[in-house]
Design a binder for this molecule. Structure first.
Ligand code: AP5
Length: 221
């Protein structure tokens, strides 16, 4: 079993690569962004509070996201290992994840930092859409929705854009990344777990670079 954290700013390609790993390796994707989007559509008071914070681009409290991850980890069932996508995002979340994994007799094996520049992120986020049925990720230019209007994965015909994929919210999300999440690069480097991949490469090339790290065939760096 291999447990992996995908680290990177909004639009770096974490979700895209996580979905490919689920398909190719039977791993389980734990995306706190997806969990929070489910919570916001639940109609509860917590969901309403979460929606406000997310739309502005700020981080939801550590307490809420750690609670969501704890619940999923305690449910078990990830024979192929976990992909943590968008979690942890703060130092307290990283400490909490280490403790939770320890309680389960597991550990984080790899932390992969996806490196991209801010200009590319604006383009990626503003062109993104997802399948309303299965969540498959598309991009207007680099991965368009097929001409017949059907999702390649599930055949669904409804597609949506996220409420926080706009210029104002992206600015706040990027700031949150640099202030609160980027210190995790040093945190995991110090633990000897960090590897970087060029997130600007084609989707298939990024996948190959990640596979090489997981399979132990990547060069140093
Ligand atoms: P979350 O859902 O985690 O969003 P994010 O981190 O901002 O990341 P994104 O989903 O925007 O991007 P991604 O890296 O997955 O890129 P994708 O693969 O889609 O979080 C949303 C919000 O929830 C946060 O702002 C916060 O409020 C809250 N939240 C979540 N987790 C939290 C936590 N732990 N603590 C506190 N708050 C939390 O790709 C983007 C686009 O680019 C797509 O269109 C894709 O097709 C395209 N693309 C991908 N790869 C490539 C490539 N190599 N080449 C060309 N195009 C590509």
């Amino acid at each position: 079993m291999t447990n992996l954290i995908l680290l990177g700013p909004p639009g770096a390609g974490k979700g895209t690569q996580a979905r490919l790993l689920v398909e190719s390796r039977g791993m389980v994707q734990l995306s706190t962004g997806d969990m929070l989007r489910d919570a916001r559509s639940s109609g509860t008071e917590m969901g309403r509070r979460v929606a406000e914070v997310m739309d502005q681009g700020h981080l939801v409290t550590d307490e809420i996201v750690i609670g969501l991850i704890r619940e999923r980890l305690n449910a078990g069932g990830a024979g192929g290992g976990y992909i943590f996508d968008g979690f942890p995002r703060t130092l307290p979340q990283a400490d909490a994840l280490g403790a939770l994994m320890g309680e389960l007799g597991q550990r984080i094996d790899h932390v992969i930092a996806m490196q991209v520049d801010d200009e590319a992120l604006v383009d990626r986020v503003s062109g993104r859409s997802t399948c309303g049925t299965c969540g498959e990720v598309y991009h207007d230019r680099t991965r368009p929705i097929p001409g017949d209007g059907r999702c390649v994965t599930c055949g669904g015909t409804t597609f949506k854009r996220r409420g926080d994929d706009n210029a104002d919210s992206l600015r706040v999300r990027l700031l949150a990344y640099y202030k609160q999440t980027s210190p995790l690069v040093g945190y995991y480097h110090a633990k000897g777990l960090l590897r970087g991949v060029d997130g600007l490469a084609d989707i298939a090339d990024v996948s190959a670079a990640i596979a090489a790290i997981l399979d132990g065939t990547a060069g140093p760096g």
